[in-house]
Design a protein around this ligand. Structure first.
Ligand code: PLP
Length: 421
């Protein structure tokens, strides 16, 4: 693209989470290959983010590309009302087999936020269908992130979700502290004793609060939440949109706690970072609450492009790769390399914490004064690393080569050692 055409385009595009008034020129991506992003001005950047950790097999994986090409010839899309198709049926069967317990009913949508919306709707209607009145509220946690739509914003961290700015426009939900200490566990028990009867579901990101700053919690916290949900009679929704498909070292984060949620949401790495697709998966007892002679007891939701065959074909191909290539071993190798190579950052001035879980490496700083300068410094090192809030993080593709990963960790150590940021 010529510079003129880029500039013209930039005066018509509206970018996410961006103050367009003071925005600096974004990088124009031209093509991708494996763990490299090539830019229009001829640079090859090693990618540390895997496009919001979706591209778990690296970019342009030939197996996924072939599956999508074949599907494109056969049938790019049909409506999912009254019609079904093999890619969606196969994917639903495979997801049910991979997920623990009787998580066996799959509802497809096209984005993570909408998958969470559907989970919330399922939970609220679950109680209505069973004739239980008054269980319409949701309990979620400080530091959490579940999407950008109105209903999901209301269960995000109150500050990040801009609850104050949108006061009156967002449904009023209950936000608590994660029960990471005995004191917080007691406070949560108290809260449930008082308000448990109003709560349709408890919603949490298992093991990692991602967009909230990559904050980790122990599997015991999830077991505590399963226990709290059981005792108060609420459903438990795990938002595995970040953690699903190997990122924390197991296929799904809930496996590490040995618990089965009532509903789980999946997206991000579902298609290996190639197509927009999401899924909300419910346990048998949740699904059964929607079976009755009353047509209004059906799940009242249906996105136009739900279960898009191209996206389902990509997701099936991505699951093939988890079966025939050693993805979880690769995650373990990445974990070890991140631990070794990020550890020196702990000695740098201004570094508050270094933490690693699965293929997630985080360096937390006291503060970041000039985010743009920091982003530029990484670009000059030839790496695509996108610090936010007070953290610099890596969520690379599981197929990244050790020398590429070393380039990323080396760039982080070097840039943060400069102290000018
Ligand atoms: C990214 C994310 C979402 C939102 O997904 P979108 O596809 O961006 O709507 C929801 N929950 C979690 C945990 C996420 O990481």
């Amino acid at each position: 693209m010529t510079r003129n055409r880029v500039e013209r385009g930039l005066s018509h595009i509206w970018l996410p989470y961006t103050q367009m008034h003071t925005m600096r020129a974004p990088v124009v991506a031209e093509s991708t290959d494996g763990c490299v992003i090539r830019t229009a001005d001829g640079r090859s950047l090693i990618d540390g983010i895997a496009s919001w950790w979706t591209a778990c097999h690296g970019y342009n994986h030939p197996h996924i590309r072939q599956a999508v090409e074949e599907q494109l010839h056969r049938m790019p899309h049909v409506m999912f009302g009254g019609l079904v198709h093999r890619p969606a049926l196969e994917l639903a069967t495979r997801l049910s087999a991979l997920l623990p317990g009787d998580l066996e009913r799959v509802f497809f949508t096209d984005s993570g936020s909408v998958a969470v919306e559907v989970a919330l709707k399922m939970a609220i209607q679950y109680w209505l269908n069973r004739g239980v009145k008054g269980r319409t509220r949701l309990l979620s946690f400080r530091g959490g992130y579940h999407g950008d739509t109105i209903a999901t914003m209301a269960i995000c961290d109150p500050e990040e979700g801009m609850h104050a700015m949108f006061a009156g426009a967002l449904p009023d939900q209950i936000i608590a502290d994660l029960p990471t200490t005995p004191g917080k566990r007691a406070a949560l028990d108290d809260l449930l004793a008082r308000q448990g009867h109003e709560i349709a579901a408890i919603v949490v990101e298992p093991l990692v609060q991602g967009a909230g700053g990559m904050v980790f919690h122990a599997p015991e916290v999830l077991r505590a939440l399963r226990d709290v949900a059981d005792r108060s009679g609420s459903l438990l929704i795990l938002d595995e949109i970040f953690t699903g498909f190997g990122r924390t070292g197991t296929m799904f984060a809930c496996e590490q706690a040995g618990i089965v949620p009532d509903i789980v949401t999946l997206s991000k790495a579902l298609t290996g970072g190639t197509m927009a697709l999401a899924a909300t998966v419910a346990r048998r007892h949740v699904f059964e609450a929607f079976l009755s002679d009353d047509p209004l007891h059906a799940l009242m939701h249906g996105p136009t492009f739900m279960a898009n065959p191209l996206a389902c074909a990509a997701a099936n191909a991505s699951l093939d790769l988890f079966e025939c290539e050693p993805r979880l071993e690769q995650v373990e190798a990445i974990r070890q390399q991140l631990e070794t190579e990020l550890a020196p950052c702990l000695d740098l001035e201004g570094v508050k914490d270094v933490r690693v879980l699965g293929a997630i490496g985080v360096v937390q700083l006291e503060r970041i004064d000039d985010l743009n300068a920091l982003k530029d410094a990484f670009l000059s090192e030839g790496v695509w690393v996108r610090p936010f809030r007070d953290i610099v993080y890596l969520t690379p593709a599981f197929t990244i080569r050790p020398d590429q990963l070393s380039r990323l960790t080396g760039a982080i150590c070097k840039v943060l050692a400069r102290k000018t940021v």
